[in-house]
Write a protein that binds this ligand. Structure first.
Ligand SMILES: [Zn+2]
Length: 55
């Protein structure tokens, strides 16, 4: 997905791109490199699956 080029740039390698400071994905959204609609759909997905997928 279009986040992938940005994922390696996050400040923290535990970043889930939700609210973390220094998150490259959030910065990319702010710069219109990633569509806000795509980011919001990611957050919705994250809310659904985060317990299974992370940590
Ligand atoms: Zn991030």
């Amino acid at each position: 997905m279009e986040f992938i080029p940005h994922l390696q740039e996050c400040k923290f390698n535990t970043c889930i791109h939700d609210h973390e400071p220094g998150c490259a994905v959030i910065q990319a959204v702010e710069k219109d490199l990633i569509s806000i609609e795509r980011y919001q759909s990611y957050l919705n997905l994250l809310n659904t699956i985060e317990d299974d997928m992370f940590y």
